[in-house]
Design a protein around this ligand. Structure first.
Ligand SMILES: Nc1nc2c(c(=O)[nH]1)N[C@H]1C(S)=C(S)[C@@H](COP(=O)(O)OP(=O)(O)OC[C@H]3O[C@@H](n4cnc5c(=O)[nH]c(N)nc54)[C@H](O)[C@@H]3O)O[C@H]1N2
Ligand SMILES: Nc1nc2c(c(=O)[nH]1)N[C@H]1C(S)=C(S)[C@@H](COP(=O)(O)OP(=O)(O)OC[C@H]3O[C@@H](n4cnc5c(=O)[nH]c(N)nc54)[C@H](O)[C@@H]3O)O[C@H]1N2
Ligand SMILES: [Mo]
Length: 709
C-alpha cells in the first residue's frame, strides 16, 4: 500500500556558498522527488531559497549505485579501490585498537585530522565537527591550518576594515548603478543563494555590468555589458592604474577619504610614482595585465562616477602569488570612491555578509593544548619528512571526515607517496573518493536527508534552515556524531556526548531569536525580516564617531601602520603590485593555468551524477592562438603538464579565454595511470602544493605546457 508523499524540508549543507532549501517528497521511506522553496513571494523576510541543479539532482546522489553502503576494509594496494565488506563492530574495533596502539607508541598528535569542508554549513554534529572533538578528547591531534578558499581576502579585509563582516547582502545589488564582476562568476560558483537572480534584477533596473576575468564566463555572457580579459595574477596592477586615473582626473571622493580613511596620501605617493619613480599609469598596467590602457582609463572613470557602484571581487584572483594585493587594491578603490557602507556599493574584499555566524553556533569541538598543526599545503610533506624535516611530529595515522584532501590540494602524486607511508588511515564519507580509496577502513556516513540539523548560509543571507530527517539512514550508513560517539566508548572516553539531537539544535541556535521552535521545524526555515538588505559598515559610515572601524586607527586603513611593522614577508602597508618571484617550477611551462569552480561540481562532489555531468564536459579551455601554435584542434585530447605532474583531457579551443592562459575546472577526481599521469582531467594533478609567505594556496599561479596527447 502506498502512503501519501510527505514533504520534508532539508537544508543543503555543502560548501558552494549557497544554502538552499530542498523539499524531499518522501513515500514509503524513499525520496521520490526533490523540489525547492515555494513559499509565497509576498511573504516578509528573505526571498525563496531556490536550489541549484545539483541540489535538485540529489536523489541521484542519495541512491547512487556507488554510494558507500556499509563499512569497508582494504583488500588491495592503497589507492586501487579494492575493499571488502565488514561489520560496524569489526570496523570500529579495528579503528579503536589502532588509535590506542598508535597513541601508546607515538602519542596522540601522530594522528593527522584531514577533515575538511564537505558539510561546511551544518551548525550541528555532522561533517568534520565531531571528529575534531573526539581527537581533542583523545589527547590532541595534528590539525591542518590555513584557509584554502580566500586567505588573501581575509587578510586584506582585516588589514583595511578590521573585520570579516565585509560583504553587502546580495539583495542590495539591485541598488547598484554599476557592477564590476571582478574574477567573480556566480552563475557557476553560486556565492550565496539566488545571487544570479539578484544580478538579473539589478540588470533589469539598469545597472551597467562589467566582467574582468581571463575567461568569458557564463556570468559574463549572461550579465555583462563588457568583458575585459586580463592575465591572471596581474589584477592589482590594473586596479592601481585605475586609482592613478581617478587621482589624476580628480574623481576621488575627498570628503569620504578625509572622514573615514587614513593613509591615502602614502598610497597616492606610490600610485603617482613619488615612492619608487614609477607612475602607475594605465600604460604601465597595460604591459603587465594585457588590458589596453584606454580600457583601464575608461573603466576607472565609469566606476568613479557611477556611484553607487559595486566592485564585487571573487576569490579566484586571490588564489595566486601575492593574491592579497588584489583585495587590498580593490578595497582601496572602493574607499577612494566612497562606495563603502552605502546601499549599492561593495567593499572589494567581501568575506561574510549578514552576521548569521554570530547567531548560530557550530558544534563545540573543544580544544587540546597538546594539539599541533601544519599548513594544509604541507600535509603530505609533514608525513613524508616528519620530525626530521622540522615538522612537529611523525605522522602515523590519518583520519578524514567530509574532506577530499588528496584530490583538492595540489600535487596528487606526492599525496600518493605520503599516504603509502602511513601505518593506518580512516575515511568517513558518502563515496569511495580519491582520498577514501587510500584508507584502511572506510566508514559510510549519512547525508542531510538522513539526519536532522540546522543549516546556515555561507556568506550572505538573513535566514536559517531547519533540516529535518526525511528518511532513515541509507543501508548501514551512520551519522558522523554517532560514529564518533561509538568510537569514544571504545577508546575509554567518557561524556563524549550526553545531549540529545534536539537539545543540541536548540542550544546551538539559542542566540538566533527562534520564538516558535515547532513552527521553525514545520516550515523548515526562519527568515529574518529586515527593513533593507544588510550593508557592511553602514553603522561606521553613518556615525564614525560612535562606531569606529575595528582597526587600530578606527578608520579604513588605506595605509596600515601595523602592516608596516609586520615582519611577515609579503605583507605591505598599502596595496601594491608585486610581480611574482621567478620560480624554477615555471621553467619550460609557458602557459598560465587557472582552475575555476564550475557548475558541474561543488569542489569534488556531484560530478558523478548523470544529470549534473550532462551540463558540461571536463575540458581544458585554450585560446585558438595557443591551440594553433600547438597543432591542437577543438576536441583533441591533450596532455597538460607542469613541474609536478600531468593530466589528459579534451581541449576546447575557444575565444572565451585570453591567449597565454588555459583553464581546467577544479574538483574532478584524479586517476593515475601506470606512468603517474592523471587520466581524468583533474586540476591538482598539475597544480603544485606550495603556499605563499602569506599562506595563500596559489593554484591560479600554476604554469603549464599543453600538447597533443
Ligand atoms: N558550483 C560551485 N560553486 C562553488 C564551488 C564549486 O566548486 N562549485 N566552490 C565553492 C567554494 S569552496 C569557493 S571557495 C568559491 C570559490 O569561488 P571563486 O574563487 O570566486 O571561484 P573561481 O571560479 O575559482 O574564480 C572566480 C573567477 O575568477 C577567475 N580568475 C581566476 N584567476 C583570476 C585572476 O588572476 N584574475 C581575475 N581577474 N580573474 C581570475 C576565474 O576565471 C573565475 O571566473 O565557490 C564556491 N561555490
Ligand atoms: N586546483 C584547485 N584546487 C582547489 C581549489 C581551486 O580553486 N583550485 N579550491 C579549493 C577550495 S576553495 C576548497 S574549499 C577545497 C575543498 O576541499 P574539500 O573540502 O576537501 O572538498 P570537497 O569536495 O568539498 O570534499 C567534501 C567531501 O566531503 C564529503 N561529505 C559531504 N558531506 C558529508 C557529511 O555530512 N559527512 C561526511 N562524512 N562526509 C561528507 C563529500 O562526499 C566529499 O567527498 O578545494 C580546494 N581545491
Ligand atoms: Mo573554498
Amino acid at each position: 500500500m502506498t502512503s501519501e508523499a510527505k514533504k520534508v524540508p532539508v537544508g543543503c549543507p555543502h560548501d558552494c556558498g549557497g544554502s538552499c532549501l530542498l523539499i524531499a517528497h518522501v513515500e514509503n521511506g524513499v525520496v521520490k522527488r526533490i523540489t525547492t522553496d515555494e513559499s509565497p513571494s509576498d511573504e516578509p523576510g528573505a526571498d525563496q531559497l531556490r536550489a541549484c541543479l545539483k541540489g535538485r539532482a540529489y536523489r541521484q546522489r542519495l541512491y547512487h549505485p556507488d554510494r558507500l553502503k556499509y563499512p569497508l576494509k582494504r583488500a588491495g594496494k592503497r589507492g586501487d579501490g579494492k575493499y571488502e565488506r565488514i561489520s560496524w563492530d569489526e570496523a570500529l574495533d579495528t579503528v579503536a585498537d589502532k588509535m590506542l596502539a598508535i597513541r601508546d607508541e607515538y602519542g596522540a598528535i601522530s594522528i593527522m585530522n584531514m577533515s575538511h569542508s564537505g558539510a561546511m554549513l551544518c551548525a550541528y554534529h555532522h561533517g568534520a565537527h565531531a571528529i575534531e572533538k573526539l581527537l581533542n578528547m583523545f589527547g590532541g591531534q595534528t590539525y591542518l591550518h590555513g584557509i584554502i578558499s580566500n586567505p588573501g581576502t581575509v587578510d586584506a579585509t582585516f588589514q583595511m576594515y578590521g573585520s570579516v563582516f565585509s560583504a553587502n547582502e546580495r539583495e542590495d545589488l539591485i541598488n547598484s548603478k554599476m557592477i564590476i564582476m571582478w574574477g567573480w562568476n556566480p552563475a557557476d560558483s553560486i556565492f550565496g543563494t539566488n545571487t544570479s537572480y539578484y544580478l538579473s534584477l539589478a540588470k533589469e533596473a539598469g545597472a551597467h555590468v562589467v566582467a574582468v576575468d581571463p575567461r568569458y564566463t557564463d556570468s559574463a555572457a549572461t550579465f555583462a555589458d563588457q568583458w575585459i580579459p586580463i592575465r591572471p595574477t596581474t589584477d592589482a596592477a590594473m586596479l592601481i592604474a585605475m586609482a592613478y586615473v581617478i587621482i589624476n582626473e580628480d574623481l576621488h571622493d575627498k570628503d569620504f577619504i578625509d572622514k573615514y580613511t587614513i593613509g591615502f596620501d602614502k598610497f597616492k605617493e606610490y600610485v603617482m610614482g613619488q615612492e619608487d619613480d614609477v607612475p602607475k599609469t594605465p600604460e604601465w598596467a597595460e604591459r603587465i595585465t594585457g588590458v589596453p590602457a584606454a580600457t583601464i582609463a575608461e573603466l576607472a572613470r565609469a566606476y568613479a562616477t557611477a556611484r553607487p557602484a559595486a566592485l564585487c571581487a571573487g576569490f579566484g584572483p586571490g588564489r595566486t602569488n601575492n593574491g592579497q594585493q588584489f583585495n587590498l587594491a580593490a578595497a582601496t578603490l572602493c574607499a577612494m570612491t566612497g562606495n563603502i557602507g552605502i546601499s549599492g556599493g561593495e567593499t572589494g574584499a567581501s568575506v561574510f555578509g549578514y552576521p548569521i555566524q554570530t547567531k548560530v553556533m557550530h558544534f563545540p569541538a573543544g580544544a587540546s593544548s597538546d594539539s599541533v598543526s601544519v599548513h594544509w599545503n604541507k600535509w603530505a610533506d609533514a608525513i613524508i619528512e616528519g620530525r626530521a624535516g622540522g615538522y612537529p611530529t611523525d605522522i602515523k595515522m590519518v583520519y578524514s571526515v567530509a574532506g577530499n584532501t588528496v584530490n583538492q590540494l595540489g600535487n596528487v602524486r606526492k599525496a600518493e607517496k605520503a599516504l603509502n607511508m602511513l601505518d593506518f588511515m580512516v575515511a568517513q564519507d558518502h563515496f569511495l573518493t580519491a582520498t577514501a580509496r587510500y584508507a584502511d577502513i572506510v566508514l559510510p556516513a549519512t547525508t542531510q536527508f538522513e539526519r536532522s540539523d540546522v543549516v546556515i548560509p555561507w556568506l550572505y543571507g538573513h535566514y536559517i534552515i531547519y533540516s529535518d530527517k526525511a528518511i532513515e539512514p541509507y543501508e548501514e550508513c551512520r551519522n558522523d556524531l554517532d560514529i564518533c560517539a561509538d568510537l569514544a566508548g571504545r577508546l575509554g572516553i567518557k561524556k563524549f556526548n550526553d545531549t540529545s539531537e534536539e537539545e543540541w539544535l536548540k542550544y546551538l541556535t539559542g542566540g538566533a531569536g527562534i520564538e516558535d521552535w515547532d513552527e521553525f521545524k514545520r516550515r523548515g526555515f526562519l527568515k529574518y525580516e529586515l527593513d533593507e538588505p544588510h550593508v557592511a559598515f553602514r553603522e561606521q559610515i553613518e556615525d564614525i564617531e560612535n562606531n569606529p572601524f575595528s582597526t587600530m586607527s578606527g578608520k579604513i586603513e588605506i595605509y596600515s601602520q601595523s602592516a608596516a611593522e609586520s615582519d611577515k614577508p609579503g605583507v605591505t602597508p598599502h596595496a601594491k603590485y608585486v610581480a611574482p618571484e621567478p620560480s624554477e617550477l615555471d621553467e619550460g611551462f609557458p602557459l598560465r593555468l587557472i582552475t575555476g569552480h564550475s557548475k558541474k561540481s561543488c569542489n569534488s562532489m556531484f560530478y558523478n551524477l548523470p544529470w549534473v555531468k550532462e551540463t558540461e564536459p571536463q575540458e581544458v579551455w585554450i585560446n585558438s592562438m595557443d591551440a594553433e601554435a600547438r597543432g591542437i584542434a577543438n576536441g583533441d585530447v591533450v596532455k597538460v603538464s607542469s613541474a609536478v605532474g600531468a593530466t589528459v583531457l579534451p581541449a576546447r579551443v575557444t575565444e572565451r579565454i585570453i591567449p597565454g592562459t588555459v583553464n581546467i575546472d577544479q574538483g574532478i577526481e584524479f586517476e593515475l595511470d601506470a606512468d603517474g599521469v592523471d587520466t581524468k582531467g583533474s586540476a591538482n594533478a598539475v597544480c603544485p602544493d606550495g603556499h605563499t609567505s602569506t599562506e595563500i594556496t596559489p593554484y591560479n599561479s600554476t604554469k603549464v605546457q599543453v600538447e597533443k596527447a
